[in-house]
Design a protein around this ligand. Sequence first.
Ligand code: AMP
Length: 469
Amino acid sequence: MPRPLAAYIKVLFLTKFSDFALAEPIQKRVAEGGYTTPSPIQQQAIPPALEGKDILGIAQTGTGKTAAFSLPSIHHLLNNKKRAGRFECRMLVLAPTRELARQIADSMTGYSKGLGMFVTSAFGGVPINKQKRVLERGVDVLVATPGRLLDLIDRRFLTLDKVEILVLDEADQMLDLGFIVPLKKIVPMLPRQRQSLFFSATMPKTISQLADQFLTNPVQVSVAPQSTTAERVDQKVTYINQDDKQRLLKDFINKENPDHMLVFTQTKHGADKVVKNLMAVGIHSAAIHGNKSQPQRERALGDFKKGKINILVATDIAARGIDVDGITHVINFDMPNVSEQYVHRIGRTARAGASGISYSLVAPDERQFLRDVVKLTGVKPEVIALPEGYDEPMREEVPARIYGQKPKKFGAKPTRSGPSKNKHSSRKGRPGGGSGRGGPGSSAKGDGPKHWNNGAKSFKRRQTRKADA
Ligand code: AMP
């Protein structure tokens, strides 16, 4: 239910954490964590959550929503002095990916440090018996992915009878990953009398229907329409042939020597290939995706966080849980075919109000994806021309690639509407072919695209660093 005007006005005055009715020890933890000002989603969500209301929140990762649902929940668990029995949990947080589950559990451990609360996580890829041993003693907070949660319940290592608070995080991604069936199994196992907090970056119809089913008179809160994050990121695109992307990436890395760069590919195989090809030219990176084992995923993310490697190559699924401060660059090696995903990706470099740079390498068959992104965000990325020595990509319309299918060979066969439109195919492999200047309308000065080499800004970190809890 949308909030009345008075509630919005009240929010304007909540400028400090001490303005909330949070228990003293929680306020202390927040201050120790270096948070001074509540983020907009915290301003809106914490007061109704403290009143015990259900919440339907539209907010992306990076807006501070973990604290928005964690702080009032910890307050409630502290005040409502109960102990979780064997194989019970008092608060259940459902997250779509292992990394996100781990990250939420880490944040909640930090927010509740010294308060005598026990927070744990459960997800696939790690031995279930270890999780059983932890759950056996009862936990205050369990952060889980749906599949492993159901597995634990099936084996009678967990019961949801005593859950007081349910959080569903990244609900839209749960849907994308096909978790709707597990969710519909899980929610009826919870007590009817509970508080439910749902968060989603977007609100497709299926999510609002799910919310109608599982929330009671929810207060709706929403922050930062998707474009807002996009506006904080210095977005650039380069039009390029698919086959040249790897070389451009290598040149880019060698020239700019990035501090913390996240490269997105559309497929797991694509991510491995990028890592392998970078390795072949002496550039060390790691891949993170669904085919990697849990220890491999954790090692890659850990090395990236610690700065042991500067480049992490990821697919979208694995990237959701990546909360790394100071990501300087996000590279879309492949354009996402869902525009919202673009916003998620580039948002990795605009966390907690910081700004960053994103580069999208757009092949002819990905132009439609770029157009969709511009439509969604209302922001037109700056076009950076290819450096000397690259073939100019085709400028004609090419059907969008469907990932998982073999890409069409451009110019190979006549299309239905007539002969091949690929005027440039004969230039393939010829260094400096065509005009020698890349990008559409590349020769223009002023409004025209900058040369890729000149246009790239210094890699000096531009983000405002902030303390993490
Ligand atoms: P989240 O959207 O929960 O993933 O949070 C994104 C980042 O913002 C995390 O690194 C948090 O530690 C940080 N953060 C959350 N709330 C605040 C706040 N009020 N002030 C400063 N940083 C915050």
